[in-house]
Every structure is written in C-alpha cells, then in structure tokens.
Design a protein around this ligand. Structure first.
Ligand code: KG4
Ligand code: ZN
Length: 349
C-alpha cells in the first residue's frame, strides 16, 4: 500500500456504544470524514447500569446500518480496518469483531485488533493536531472510564508501561454508583458534575483513599461506601442543596486523588507531557486541576475534545494507524480475520 492517502474504517463495540468512523490519513495529517456513535444509555438507564445481554443484542441490531452510514460510497477506497478487540464485555466485543472480520475477508483488506484503552489515549491526537509534530514522550497518561482507572507511562507511539491502576472500582464506576445511592440517574458522571456546580465541596467530609500510598494505585470502592454512610445520617429524601453538596464533595475527593497520583507520577518519571482520556475526562474539575498542576511543573497538558471523551471509533482508527505504520510485513494483516479473538481483560503493553 504505497498510496499517499489512506482510508481507515474504525469499529468499536466494547461496551454500550456501537460506533464506526472513517478516517482519512495522509502524511501524518488526518481528517475524520465520518464518526457515528449510537449510544444505548437510555436503554440501560432503566436498570441503573449496563446489562451485557441487552447491550450485545442492541449492537447486533445497529452495527450494519452504522457501518453502512460511515462507509457511504467509499467502500472501494478503504485500505485498513481497525476494530476494538478488548478489554470490554466479551459479548459486545464479539459483535464488532465479527463485523470487522467479515468485511476484511470480503474486501480482502488488512485488519488490526486494537486495545480500547489505547484508543482512548489516541483521542488526544484526534483532538490536537500539534501532537503529530511535537516531542511529547515520555508522557504520563491517565485513562479514566467506567471500567478503568489506569496510569501509563508512554515512551513512544504504541509503547506503554502500566504504573498504576485501581484495585477495585473504576473512577467512572464510582460516579455511577454514587449517583445510584443519591437516586439521581444514570450514567452518574455527567449528572454529578452538573449538580456539583451548586454544591459545597467541603460540606461532606470524605476520605481521599490511597492518596499517600507509596505507589500509583487507586481505590474508589471505600469512597463510595463512605458516601453511603454519610447519606444514612440524613433524613430521606435529601433536599436539593444537600444532594448538590454530596455531588461536589464526592467529585472533589475523586479529583484530589487522581490529580495527586498523576502529578506525582509525572514528577517521578520526569515526563514532558501529561495526558488525560476516557469517559471521565469529560469532567471539568478534573481537566482544570490537571491543567493547573501541569503548569506548575512546566509540563504540557492535553485532554480530548468533549466529542471524543466517550467511546468512539475514530480513536480506534487512529490508534490503528500508528500500529499499522509499525508493521514491517503488512501482508499478514490480511489473514488477521482468522486469528483475532475478543479479549475481555486485554492488558495494554
Ligand atoms: O469511556 P467511557 O465512555 O466508557 C467506558 O469505556 O467505560 O466512560 C464512561 C464513564 C461512565 O462511568 C460515566 O459516568 C463517566 O464515564 N463520565 C463522567 C463524566 N462524563 C462521563 N464522569 C465524571 N464526570 C463526567 N463529566
Ligand atoms: Zn471507554
């Protein structure tokens, strides 16, 4: 493939969003030609969390129309297919994977399986064109989503060292569970951050779990339980002001820990850049606090545009582009449709 312009089809179905995107890349410049995300949030909000069987069935219903919408009349121009192969819900992953494998075989196009977390990290490149030219490595990358809270040291494109992770709940999961405790809806992150704006972050005294620990791990399950115990001290239903105070206090506790650990890692590993990504990276307080801390230590700070913070397939296509560049023998990618399997617990390395 010596074409100057290449077209990449990205497919993502790791959780409850069915997504496809078409990326045009030429000489490290790219354009997102199409980016379609079909969210199942309304369906799962009835249950207060994702129901895997329901998610998989919905992916099956919409995957073909969404891919159709994205490729439009460009079917013959597509050079590469990139699909999320893990981590995620295995039954959800399978839908995107089977679609991608079928198209790879049918069109005789190379296929690459992408780690969802790597996709989130590359949402920063999607959002900041200057990243393509700048010296950004080593970078410290905080990935915070509904299923993950991980700190990576990124030493080059597609090169990662996991330096810390949550030992129990992910940060996004904690937002979702605390929203359930407060009976304010699902998903909790956007609702809590909105209500927190009118709340007092000092009103409810909450712990900062593991903030002083000698590692880069996190723990959010105890914080969620602390919220539950505090809520029990008040008569139900909680009034609006008190709910806002709970939201602000909880959000501040999560952000304090994430910022302290990320900043400490940035100092110890002497990085040039700090990067935030994943669904929780939409949180305004977290963005602002990390920005402030990176300025203090003279680091560049990047976070994705809000349209790329949640799950999408453009980030998968772009991560795949860098993987593709590194492949010495690109022919074997044509046979990948026979090999790639969903990996629910795929660790990014
Ligand atoms: O990355 P993502 O879309 O899906 C996963 O891969 O998990 O992340 C979804 C998570 C949910 O837990 C949601 O509550 C959280 O991101 N989230 C937020 C905000 N927006 C979404 N958490 C905190 N503040 C927000 N503004
Ligand atoms: Zn995600």
């Amino acid at each position: 493939m010596n074409k100057k312009i290449i077209y990449i089809l990205g497919i993502e179905t790791s959780c409850d969003e069915t997504a496809a995107a078409l990326l045009q890349v030429s000489n490290y410049k790219f354009q997102v030609l199409r980016n379609v995300v079909s969210s199942q949030v309304k369906i799962h909000s009835k249950y207060g969390g994702i129901v895997p069987e329901v998610a998989a069935r919905k992916h099956v219903e919409v995957i073909i129309p969404i891919i159709d919408q994205v490729i439009d009349r460009k079917k013959n121009s597509i050079d590469l297919i990139c699909v999320t192969a893990g981590p995620g819900l295995v039954t959800s992953l399978m839908v995107g994977l089977e679609a991608a494998k079928t198209l790879s075989w049918l069109w005789q196009k190379p296929l690459i399986g992408i780690n969802h977390l790597e996709g989130h990290i590359y949402s920063n490149w999607l959002s900041h064109e200057e990243l393509f030219k700048q010296k950004v490595f080593p970078a410290i990358c905080l990935v915070v989503s509904g299923g993950h809270t991980e700190l990576y040291l990124m030493t080059g494109h597609n090169k990662y060292q996991l330096i810390g992770r949550t030992r129990d709940d992910a940060a996004g999961e904690a937002f979702d569970k605390v929203a359930k405790i407060l009976s304010i809806g699902y998903p909790g992150g956007p609702i809590i951050s909105k209500l927190a704006k009118t709340g007092d972050p000092e009103k409810i005294k909450l712990p900062r779990p593991m903030i002083m620990s000698n590692d880069f791990d996190f723990s959010f399950s105890g914080l969620k339980t602390a919220v539950l115990y505090e809520v029990k001290k008040y008569k139900k239903p909680l009034n609006k002001k008190l709910v806002a105070d709970f939201c602000a206090s909880f959000q501040k506790a999560v952000v304090d820990v994430l910022v302290a650990k990320t900043s400490k890692a940035a100092r110890i590993y002497q990085v040039k850049t700090m990067m935030l990504s994943g669904g929780v990276s939409a949180n305004q307080l977290l963005r602002e606090e990390l920005q402030k801390h990176s300025q203090k230590y003279d680091l560049k700070f990047y976070c994705p545009d809000l349209k790329y913070t949640g799950d999408n397939a453009a980030m998968i296509a772009l991560a795949g582009y860098y993987r593709y560049l590194k492949e010495k023998d690109k022919r074997h990618l044509l046979a990948n449709w026979q090999k790639i399997k969903p990996e629910a617990n795929w660790e990014l390395k």
